[in-house]
Design a protein. Sequence first.
Length: 108
Amino acid sequence: MNNNYENLVKKFQLFQENDPVKNYMQLLNICDVLLNDFPNELRQEPFYSFTLDVINQLIELRIDIGSRKMYDGTDLDLEIIIREMSLLKKVVPSDEKMQKVINRLFRG
């Protein structure tokens, strides 16, 4: 687990050092690894803090892409939102009320 986590952190740092907008696939891949390889660990440290950093970066990426009018006509915005929602659902408490709040956030 430690090696995999450390590799993810390194990939995330490289992503942040380069042009995030042009290299958005790197961030989407990091999200997919978190969701697929560590679904039960995301509510525990160090994954919890790292996942929140990734979610924040997803939000920033979506804002940057939208403000630059890049990738218009693609499903990229939807792909980012899906990952935001999926990661949020994994890190917030799993009680029914919280899951309903998360679902309502993303309906619009």
